[in-house]
Write a new protein. Structure first.
Length: 153
């Protein structure tokens, strides 16, 4: 094989490793962020009943009133919204110091373990064999070029 083909495979190997590593780092970061949000909510726990205004793929918008009578609608939506529908009334827990941070009552960062764990698992399920295959191809290429070089000498 040519040096160019080996170089392309080496770049591909590093690219696959970097992408899989970035997905892993992002997943772990999201998990830590979820635990941080939960600890902030639990530090100054407020409870309310909220009405679900809209549900979209990226967020679920709710409206609720705090005990001081102020209506809040978190711009980033509610945390852990799985299964909610527009018009539904739902119990929520929020950070009394920052009412923009709200989650559905009874749900926590542990709800993110399965999706994030699955994402990381399947990333490495694809990247692992790909990295192994590229490494194997490079080793075969080096071996054949060494044999060709030795036989020509």
């Amino acid at each position: 094989m040519t040096a160019k083909a080996e170089r392309v495979r080496r770049i591909g190997w590093y690219a696959a490793l970097v992408v899989a590593s970035l997905v892993t780092v992002l997943g772990v970061s999201l998990l830590f962020a979820a635990f941080r949000n939960d600890s902030a909510i639990e530090a100054q726990l407020g409870k309310a009943t909220a009405q679900v205004e809209s549900v979209s793929f990226d967020r679920t918008i709710i409206n609720y009133a705090t005990p001081d009578g102020i209506m809040h609608s978190p711009s980033n939506g509610v945390l852990y919204p799985a299964g909610l529908a527009a018009g539904q009334l739902v119990n929520i827990e929020y950070d009394a110091g920052d009412p923009e941070l709200a989650r559905v009552a009874g749900r926590s960062a542990s709800n993110t373990l399965l999706p994030l764990g699955s994402m990381i698992f399947f990333t490495w399920l694809i990247a692992g064999p790909l990295l192994w295959w590229i490494r194997r191809q490079n080793a075969k290429s080096r071996e054949s070029s060494i044999q060709t070089h030795v036989s020509s000498v």
